[in-house]
Design a protein around this ligand. Structure first.
Ligand SMILES: C[S@@+](CC[C@H](N)C(=O)[O-])C[C@H]1O[C@@H](n2cnc3c(N)ncnc32)[C@H](O)[C@@H]1O
Length: 403
């Protein structure tokens, strides 16, 4: 691979903004890619993938490069040169790479690879938390898996197509996919591509949704005609899936505390041809209370640490703080106690997170069952999806019935 100066410089700029300013990697990359209209798809994927890679391996690379935050531009070039050396990419003869100690980089890599927190590049506190909650053996495997680049999985929108037809349509647009066994609506891209540019996407034939995430709506046992409340709907990944499973019949009320996310949900619903979704912003407790005892099904796709989706969101490793996880656990329990009251007697509720920590998952459900509201519920089944076992995101889901 030959390195192009403007692509490397754009990557360094993006890294400076992510590491030193603290902006989100996806937003920074999106902005960086708009900088030069002449960049083709290979140029764009170089910038995006290299930036994500260096974000993912920040601790390991910085340790090898012997640099500390906040990084100067010179430091970032040193980190970049570690990335090149470890990938076997020939360094160009630019002044920024002069005197790069190639042998020393390889030696330090071998040495640091013996220690998990460096090898897998995580902060000390996170390594300790994961190991304490999951056990050393499972955490080691899981962390390794969460450091792999996530595959691109899409969900065929059954309101408009079938996975088979969609695969053919995408093939005509130059995108090859394969079916995923045991995931009835999913297709996986054989090669990464910007699928948002396809006509099939603009026509609402699919949504990008990880395979594990596609398990959540299925878990809720919805049927056409039901009244379903999606309490933490965000931009609607699961809401749209619910609408498809309900064949557009019945009613879905999508709630969130952020109105802008619900606006995006509406846009996506229009594209998907999902007509049975109402959105309501939770701007007071009244919004929830009005819905008490009205729903056949409730989904609580709770805010969480997001540790199960590190492979698609590697900068969370550096942005997450232990206090955030502590606070989010309180929110999760509070939400469970309040939003569960939306359910009618005999109705079913799914509590889900994209976390792999038992303290956000099964332990929260057990705590909830011991509360006054929780005593009305029975745990029907629960499922923990580990990335190391499934090859996709880490998720947790529990199905509860109101007796
Ligand atoms: C895991 S995300 C939801 C993802 C979404 N369901 C999807 O499938 O795309 C959690 C959502 O909960 C929302 N949220 C956070 N606190 C909340 C609260 N107290 N009540 C309702 N929603 C909340 C966040 O804004 C976020 O959109």
């Amino acid at each position: 691979m030959r390195l192009h100066r403007n692509l490397v410089f754009a990557t360094i700029d993006a890294l400076a903004e992510i590491f030193n300013v603290g902006n989100y990697a996806d937003k920074v990359i999106e902005k960086t890619l708009k900088r030069d209209k002449r960049w083709g798809s290979r140029d764009r994927s170089f910038i995006a993938e290299t930036t994500y890679d260096i974000v993912r391996w920040k601790r390991l690379y910085a340790e090898i490069a012997e640099v500390k935050e906040p990084f100067s531009r010179e430091d970032l070039f040193r980190v970049f040169s570690v990335w090149c050396v470890l990938r076997g990419i020939k360094l160009p003869d630019w002044p920024q790479f002069e005197g790069t100690p190639v042998r020393r980089i390889k030696g330090k890599f071998d040495e640091l690879s013996k220690i998990r927190k460096y090898r897998e590049s995580v902060p000390d506190w996170l390594d300790e938390l994961g190991s304490r909650e999951l056990g050393d053996k499972t955490w080691t495997k899981e962390l390794h898996s969460l450091n792999n680049q996530a595959p691109v999985v899409i969900r065929a929108n059954k309101l408009k197509t079938t996975p088979q037809k969609l695969a053919e349509i995408l093939k005509e647009e130059g995108i090859e996919t394969s079916n995923l066994r045991n995931y009835p609506e999913a297709l996986e891209l054989k090669e990464r591509a910007n699928i948002f540019r396809t006509k099939a996407f603009k026509d609402g034939l699919f949504e990008v949704q990880d395979a594990s995430s596609q398990r959540v709506a299925e878990f809720l046992n919805v049927e056409p005609g039901m009244r379903v409340v999606d309490t933490c709907a965000g931009a609607g990944g699961k809401t749209l899936h619910l609408a498809a499973l309900m064949e557009n019949k019945g009613q879905i009320i999508a709630l969130d505390i952020y109105g802008n996310k619900l606006k995006e949900l509406k846009r996506r619903a229009k594209r998907a041809g999902a007509h049975n979704i109402d959105t309501r912003s939770i701007d007071s407790t009244k919004v929830i209370k009005k819905l008490y005892n009205t729903a056949d099904r409730v989904l609580i796709d709770a805010p969480c640490s997001g540790l199960g989706v590190l492979s698609r969101n590697p900068d969370a490793k550096w942005k997450l703080q232990p206090e955030f996880i502590e606070n989010i656990r309180n929110t999760q329990l509070d939400i469970l106690q309040k939003y569960s009251q939306i359910l009618k007697k005999g109705g079913q509720l799914v509590y889900a997170t994209c976390s792999i920590l038992p303290s956000e998952n099964q332990q929260q459900v057990q705590k909830f069952l011991k509360t006054e509201e929780g005593a009305k519920f029975r745990l029907k089944k629960e499922k923990t999806i580990l990335s190391s076992e499934s090859g996709y995101d880490g998720f947790y889901m529990a199905l509860l019935e109101k007796e």
